[in-house]
Design a protein around this ligand. Structure first.
Ligand SMILES: Cc1cc2nc3c(=O)[nH]c(=O)nc-3n(C[C@H](O)[C@H](O)[C@H](O)COP(=O)(O)OP(=O)(O)OC[C@H]3O[C@@H](n4cnc5c(N)ncnc54)[C@H](O)[C@@H]3O)c2cc1C
Length: 816
């Protein structure tokens, strides 16, 4: 017994130090003192002496810094230099671009929640709110999505004009150039609201404000280029597009085969230094109507007209539409969402060097320029469009499910429908929080490379899930296209969002963890960078410090993961109030588990992990769900901890924890080195997998919030265009919902009398009159039932057409 007590004391002291991340010195002192005291008190002298010898044997070499550096760190540095894979230039550029925000804390195994909670609450300025209430509201009122998607396959001229005149294309352009200079949050809010009315309009507005000519000019353009283009772009006098993708370069955009050869050509009688461009680009948004084309190509200088280098690398230029030889104007047709999108081609197109963004000195820097700007646009455009669509779906599907009756009941009452409604509510809450978090990061001046990939992937994947649930709950109503169908085009639009700005499979498998692990990890990137320190002494010193920091970090994460796993994340100091504390604790636990698993995977597999996409995708999922859950908690705090929102928060949070558990379990289950996997499983899941998905009861509470007007639903569907105008079915459904609910008890009375055979009439109006005459319902109640029946009929109706009305194109035979 005394032996066990002494051993336990040493272990507990060590474990406590590791858990709290104490220094090596504190660990040594605490462990030795605990061994001595308990050994003496418990009368276990031999155990105590043996333990002390072991402890000193470990502590002394580590505490003697010179000895440690030469005997331990130096050989390990040599080994590390040998096994560390060389980063390609592309990877190096991707890693250096962007900043690390709160996601770094999630990778630390011990997130500092204060850092998250002290971040200012994102809010629209008075001017931005006025824009939302003015031009955005007005634009929403002008949109007829059926006209856009079916009749015109384009925005009508008045909508184009309104967008340009009100500077919707200039949201990111500073005021000094005539732009709106909006915050990222406002930019996101505008896109969210527009996307509740039309994916075609929101995509059209999103593109000039995302990665493209304006963003690139702002960062790298010469003064002359900025002064020429930015004021014209701000008011839509110039319409931009940006052409990177081609038939041979999709996801791997660095492999573009398009070329620009430096040469001289006589232009208007003057010999001009320029580039001869040959390119074949496709899928380019706004290209058919663009007046200025941003072009990425590989630049070569075979005659050394600019310098010694022949292959200068990827370069960016701005070609005016009037450039001779530019083939532009034809359109692709992206899944019936007819925003302007098409190919741009050119063969031996000559342009002067002044077309290069930033001038000739920026030749060859194109990839860096793109990657540095990518994260900002990616953090906003697609997450916002997805969030807007989801918010509108939540509002519409909740109302529809309450209005649509089958088997004598509102379909919302059926548990199968309730399940879909719960997903819609929970995932919309999570996605709105995620989108808000990435916009806030941009507003803090971050370039959120990893969060923007998380947001792009998860917002669009969840939008796909919700589009599916929305279609399912609406049944045939959502299948039959026409002006009355507000869901079908959203369903069509989802794969577009999945594909653009980093196709989702690649974003998940390659980018989130691939970049997250190296960028956010407190040691890995620094260790890799230490390899390039020229001064050997300094290099060893730095590597030694990082190495032992890293080892301590790993041990601490193992202890934390195990201890929190054992307690079911019920213990430990953390943030939050009585309601949310358990959530923060769970995040602490899985943050430690992620840090531990990532370290072990990287340590054992090294550079091979990059090719194990299925493993790295799962670890990326863990990071993503930690980020999303943190964003939800921050949103809950910022909105004043509203009790009414708790079902949404709880559903979203438990879903994230369930998904984290599945991802960690899948990663460990498939890790190829089995003994390591067994050890990891013991440390990560000491009591097995105990997370469960959101319960049916919780799902019922979420569904209930979606099917009746309430504050929580108003917050969830913030920024949805709800004005009940003729073009806005969802707004009119929202307006009718209180009457639908008020009519339910009356309808029950009426239905009971009907079932009892009290009426002789066979038509509804006749039965209402009889019910009123028999005193079953009052005149006002009869009126209410009549009004609701008429209103609901409009919403459950679908369109029908003559064959000729559906013929959007001439047949081939007609054309011939
Ligand atoms: C409507 C629309 C608008 C667009 N707008 C523009 C624009 O304005 N400008 C522009 O330059 N481009 C634009 N694009 C191009 C878009 O960015 C590309 O479609 C995208 O990069 C994917 O390329 P791809 O379609 O050729 O797919 P591919 O690269 O052929 O990919 C096929 C599949 O393989 C997966 N994959 C590829 N590599 C990996 C990997 N290493 N690991 C795991 N999975 C991988 C992808 O995720 C995808 O699922 C647009 C595309 C569309 C459809």
């Amino acid at each position: 017994m005394s032996v066990i007590l002494t051993l336990l004391a040493a272990l507990l002291a060590s474990g406590a130090c590791a858990y709290h991340r104490s220094s090596l010195r504190t660990w040594a002192i605490a462990t030795i003192v605990a061994t001595l005291v308990v050994g003496l008190l418990a009368h276990a002298p031999w155990t105590m002496v043996i333990l002390l010898i072991i402890e000193l044997a470990i502590a002394l070499p580590l505490l003697l810094v010179d000895f440690r550096r030469k005997q331990i760190s130096l050989p390990l540095l040599k080994l590390f230099a040998k096994v560390t894979p060389k980063l390609s230039e592309t990877e190096q550029t991707a890693l250096e671009a962007g900043t690390v925000g709160f996601e770094g804390e999630l990778f630390s195994g011990k997130p500092d929640w204060h850092e998250l909670l002290k971040q200012p609450k994102p809010e629209l300025s008075v001017e931005e709110q006025a824009f939302m209430d003015g031009p955005v509201e007005e634009l929403c009122g002008m949109i007829d999505d059926w006209q856009i998607t079916h009749e015109l396959a384009d925005l009508p001229p008045n909508v184009w004009e309104f967008i340009k005149k009100n500077r919707f294309f200039g949201m990111i352009i500073p005021k000094q150039y005539g732009g709106l200079q909006f915050s990222a949050l406002a930019h996101s809010a505008v896109l969210q609201k527009l996307s509740t009315m039309s994916a075609t309009v929101s995509s059209t507005v999103a593109v000039p404000n995302s990665l493209g000519p304006a963003e690139l000019l702002l960062h790298y353009g010469s003064e002359e280029q900025k002064n020429h283009y930015l004021p014209r772009l701000a008011v839509g006098e110039e319409i931009p597009c940006f052409a990177l993708t081609g038939p041979y370069a999709g996801s791997d955009a660095t492999s573009i085969p398009d070329t620009g050869i430096v040469c001289k050509q006589v232009v208007d009688g003057v010999e001009t230094l320029g580039i001869r461009l040959t390119f074949d680009k496709r899928y380019i948004t706004l290209a058919p109507v663009a007046t200025v084309v941003g072009l990425a190509f590989r630049m070569f200088d075979p005659e050394h007209l600019l310098g010694d280098k022949e292959d200068l690398g990827i370069t960016l230029a701005l070609l005016p539409r009037s450039t001779a030889g530019l083939e532009i104007g034809r359109r692709h047709f992206p899944l019936n969402i007819p925003f302007q999108n098409g190919p741009v081609r050119g063969k031996d197109v000559f342009a002067p060097l002044s077309v290069l963004i930033g001038g000739p000195q920026m030749a060859g820097h194109g990839w860096r320029m793109l990657v540095e700007c990518l994260s900002v646009g990616r953090a906003i455009s697609l997450p916002s469009n997805a969030t807007g669509g989801m918010r509108a779906s939540a509002l519409a599907t909740g109302a529809y499910a309450r209005m649509r009756k089958q088997f004598g009941l509102a379909v919302a009452r059926f548990e199968g429908v309730e399940e879909a409604l719960a997903r819609i509510g929970g995932l919309t809450y999570a996605t709105a929080a995620l989108s808000r978090a990435t916009a806030a990061a941009v507003d803090r001046g971050e370039k959120p490379a990893v969060p923007s990939a998380i947001a792009k992937y998860h917002a669009t994947e969840w939008a796909r899930q919700i589009a599916k649930d929305t279609m399912d709950v609406h049944g045939g109503k959502a299948v039959q296209l026409g002006p009355k169908n507000y869901a079908g085009r959203g369903w069509s639009a989802v794969p577009i969002a999945i594909t653009v700005e980093g196709a989702n499979i690649m974003t998940r498998s390659l980018m989130i963890f691939g970049q997250g692990a190296i960028r956010c990890h407190p040691y890995v990137l620094k260790e890799m960078q230490a390899l390039s320190i020229a001064d050997r002494g300094e290099q060893l010193k730095t590597f030694d410090r990082l190495l032992f920091g890293h080892v301590g970090f790993g041990i601490s994460n193992a202890v934390r993961s195990f201890a929190m796993g054992l307690s079911g994340a019920r213990l430990g100091e953390t943030a939050g109030d009585a309601y949310t504390r358990r959530y923060y604790r769970k995040l602490d636990r899985y943050s430690a588990a992620l840090a531990l698993t990532a370290d072990v995977f990287m340590g054992v597999l090294g550079g091979k992990l990059k090719f194990k996409e299925k493993l790295s995708a799962r670890l990326g999922d863990v990071l993503s769900y930690l980020y999303i859950a943190s964003a939800m908690l921050k949103r809950y705090e910022d909105t004043g901890r509203p009790e009414a929102d708790r079902p949404f928060l709880a559903w979203g949070f438990h879903e994230c924890m369930w998904l984290i558990q599945n991802a960690l379990d899948g990663a460990i289950r498939n890790f190829p080195v089995r003994p390591v996997a067994w050890l990891l499983r013991a440390l990560v899941f000491p009591l097995g997998r105990r997370e469960v998905p959101p319960s049916d009861r919780l799902g019922r509470r979420v569904a209930a919030l979606l099917t009746a007007p309430n504050d929580a639903l108003d917050r969830l569907t913030d920024w949805v265009y709800t004005t009940p105008t003729a073009n806005n079915t969802i707004g009119r459904m929202k307006a009718l919902l209180p009457d639908v609910i008020a009519a339910e008890p009356v309808d029950r009375k009426f239905g009971k009398a009907l079932k009892a055979g009290q009426f002789t009439s066979h038509d509804y109006l006749g039965q209402l009159t009889e019910a009123q005459q028999a005193g079953v319902i009052s005149a006002a109640e009869a009126d209410l039932l009549k009004r609701v029946r008429e209103g609901v009929f409009e919403f459950i109706s679908v369109d029908d057409f003559d064959t000729d009305e559906l013929r959007a194109f001439k047949t081939r035979a007609d054309a011939a």
